[in-house]
Design a protein around this ligand. Structure first.
Ligand code: LAN
Length: 719
């Protein structure tokens, strides 16, 4: 390995040796050690692009029209398509995922390859806050104890010396923030597993709660799937109270992470000690009371036998999550937690090895080093949006894009989920046969909008003359049925499942760092996508026996979307930043039932809102602060992605004045590079109100879509 240095004295691997492999939708990075391997497996344009190496893609003729710009964008972006037909990307942002994966590797004595160690150090050094050297909840956030304590621990696990300037600076900030004692719950759990915190300092997470009858209103089976699936293994581990045996690294960490001497700390007094800067959702009185009762329960009342029964029950659920997702799990927190749970129970086993493998699906390599993605990829989601963008441009039948589109369709064909989960009801799962996941089939989770965007894209492509029909009528019907199963009583669609309990459940939100995590909520974005998918389905099958049913679903959803409009005419975005994102979706829903700003006051208000936020340069730029505060907040710079969303929204609303829309389109065209690409700007996505996440492909998919819609409505020219 070439240990030449690029940043400070940190070694780097040779970027030219990294390759992204795709196998049935599974994307993993590989480091080629020998020259023979390098010769046998050349680096693709996509590899180079993701690694920040020169791609050598050509300079293109300067586009004179919006469709020329879209073609240039496609000329570049099509080169990033992977061999199986999808697009990949980094999906970073959250800063607690690398700790979850690497701490689990450490606790389970899993081998962390040398090239990961080097690149993880480089990534964390690159992403340390330039001023204080700490890390926050996400890459753009201020340093917190959660981010700093855990990423510091990762650096030490992967071999950085405590005397390295990166460690020295981070430790100083950690101590200034009060040290690791102040870390929120999930941090306390991870440190306890490592043997660098004590379980008695963790608020109770009793597995017995899973034994409650399902009708109990706060039963964990009713929680939002991410919250449920993370607290599931955590409750098991909490009940085991096991830790990795101490060694030199953990003995050193016990000294380095704390302000106090480790042995002097009475951890039981620090269950509720959390740095104020870490808290997004403070404990409620109800949660504190519940914690108190559960502490008494765990210590003096709960019979050992009952705990054992509860652990067995929970373990069965953990195994089902593993089996129903091919060990991938719903996300990058419960996968590592399940790994530890299974390792502590089974030792070395098939399941443990499968987790070691699937954790690789979350790791991503880029020019700054190696990080953990928010999911095992964004493959189905981004591929669907690219297809829709191309179709909007009217390029669906264009022979130049035929191969690219056939491959994209083949990818979606292979990634549709084909069967229901095992023990579906016992494991609290939503119907999924026919769904498209966010990432890949094997992960196995439907999401209302990922299914809808997949369905819509397949229907659009399969209606292009000459395109093969890969997904059968029956499978398309299955997909529509999944969507129909996901509508809530108020007409809205949530994310993964039906809403199973009300927002009052946030009173039990124990994660401290996230808002709106306990249950499913109605989402305007997901609701729009769902009815767009269903309406596309009706266009393909106009005489379908469930036509009236679908029409009723659409009507009720549109009613919900109208009710969700903010007084200023916008919609709050839950998954993208922020108001421009959700307003693009909501306006599309209203448009789909024939509303325009001539006949709809909701759309007129939306237009007024959008125009009020347009900047002098013709674009829009929203800061992630909008998501945290619920108030539209300007970004320092105009953003191409926000601009694309806003102009699409204006066009959805049927706004007839060409001027403002054209100015937005011109900004998109001005920002395009001579080779057709757009450069990365601010972070695009969000979850749970407080944590940001990157969607790097949006700068291609939504710009191309905006250019295409503009050309169709206003003609293919700008002046
Ligand atoms: C995602 C990514 C995709 C996203 C959309 C499809 C865009 C959205 O419309 C519905 C919700 C969904 C599927 C979503 C939910 C929450 C996820 C999985 C994430 C934002 C990516 C990462 C995040 C996950 C919860 C991260 C782990 C953190 C925990 C709090 C467990």
């Amino acid at each position: 390995m070439n240990e030449s240095t690029i940043s400070g004295d940190l070694p780097t691997t040779e970027l030219a040796r990294w390759r992204l492999k795709t196998e049935d939708g599974r994307q993993t990075w590989h480091y080629l050690k020998t020259d023979e391997e390098v010769a046998a497996w050349p680096q693709s344009a996509a590899d180079k692009y993701h690694l920040g190496l020169p791609t050598g893609l050509p300079t293109l003729p300067t586009p004179g029209t919006p469709l020329d710009a879209a073609r240039n964008g496609l000329s570049f972006f099509s080169q990033l398509q992977l061999s199986e037909g999808q697009w990949a990307s980094e999906y970073g942002g959250p800063m607690f995922l690398l700790p979850a994966t690497m701490i689990a590797y450490f606790v389970t004595n899993s081998e962390i390859p040398g090239e990961w160690r080097i690149e993880i150090q480089r990534y964390l050094a690159a992403r340390a806050n330039p001023e204080d050297g700490g890390w926050g909840l996400h890459i753009e956030g201020e340093s917190t104890v959660f981010g700093t304590a855990l990423n510091y621990a990762v650096l030490r696990i992967v071999g950085m010396s405590p005397d390295h300037p990166v460690c020295v600076k981070a430790r100083k900030t950690l101590h200034a923030l009060g040290g690791a004692l102040q870390t929120p719950l999930w941090g306390k759990v991870l440190l306890s597993l490592m043997g660098c915190y004590k379980w008695e300092g963790v608020n109770p997470i009793p597995p017995e709660m899973w034994l409650l009858p399902d009708w109990v209103p706060f039963h964990p089976g009713r929680w939002w799937v991410h919250c449920r699936q993370v607290f599931l293994p955590m409750s098991y581990l909490y009940s085991l109270k096991k830790a990795r045996p101490v060694d030199d690294v953990t003995i050193a960490l016990r000294k380095e992470l704390y302000v106090e001497s480790y042995d002097s700390i009475d951890f039981s007094l620090h269950r509720n000690t959390v740095a104020p800067g870490d808290i997004y959702h403070p404990h409620t009185k109800v949660l504190d009371a519940m914690n108190w009762i559960l502490t008494v329960w765990g210590k003096w009342i709960c019979p050992d036998k009952l705990q054992e029964i509860a652990r067995d029950h929970v373990y069965r659920l953990i195994k089902l999550e593993d089996e129903n997702s091919d060990y991938c799990c719903v996300g990058p927190v419960n996968n590592p937690m399940n790994l530890v749970a299974r390792y502590f129970t089974e030792g070395e086993s098939h399941a443990v090895n499968m987790h070691r493998e699937t954790i690789k699906d979350f790791l991503w390599m880029k020019n700054e080093g190696m990080l953990a993605n928010g999911t095992d990829g964004v493959q189905c989601w981004d591929t669907s949006f690219l297809i829709q963008g191309v179709v909007e441009c009217g390029f669906g039948g264009d022979p130049r894009y035929r191969d690219m589109l056939i491959k994209a369709l083949q990818f979606l064909d292979t990634q549709q989920i084909r069967e229901e989960p095992k023990e579906k009801d016992f494991s609290y799962r939503q119907q999924r046969k026919g769904a498209w996941p966010f990432s890949k089939r094997k992960q196995g989770y439907t999401v209302s909008d990922t299914t809808a965007e997949g369905l819509k894209s397949v229907l659009l492509l399969q209606s292009v003359p000459g395109m093969p029909k890969l997904v059968s009528d029956e499978r398309l019907q299955d997909s529509a049925n999944v969507l129909l199963s996901m509508q809530n009583a108020n007409g809205a669609f949530a994310s993964y499942e039906l809403i199973r309990a009300g927002p009052w459940m946030e009173a039990l939100n124990a994660a401290e760092v996230f808002g709106r995590i306990m249950v499913e909520y109605p989402y305007p974005e997901c609701s729009t996508a769902a009815i767009m998918g269903l309406q596309q389905f009706l266009k393909t099958y106009p005489n379908h026996p469930r036509r009236t049913k679908v029409e009723n679903v659409v009507r009720r959803t549109v009613q919900y979307i109208k009710e969700a409009q903010e007084p200023d005419g916008s919609w709050y975005g839950n998954w993208g930043i922020c108001f421009t994102y959700a307003t693009m979706f909501a306006t599309e829903a209203l448009k789909s039932v024939g509303e325009t700003c001539d006949n709809s006051s909701a759309l007129r208000k939306a237009v007024e809102f959008l125009l009020s936020k347009q900047r002098d340069d013709g674009g829009w730029g929203e800061s992630y602060k909008s998501c945290e505060t619920g108030i539209y907040t300007e970004h320092e710079e105009t953003q191409v992605v926000n601009t694309a969303w806003a102009v699409i929204a204006l066009m959805n609303a049927g706004y007839k004045e060409r001027g403002p829309i054209e100015r937005g389109i011109k900004l998109i065209m001005r920002r395009q590079q001579p080779n057709g690409e757009w450069l990365q700007e601010g972070i695009e996505g969000v979850f749970n109100k407080s944590c940001m996440i990157s969607y790097p492909n949006y700068k291609f998919t939504f710009t191309i879509k905006a250019l295409g819609i503009y050309a169709r409505i206003f003609g293919n020219e700008v002046c």
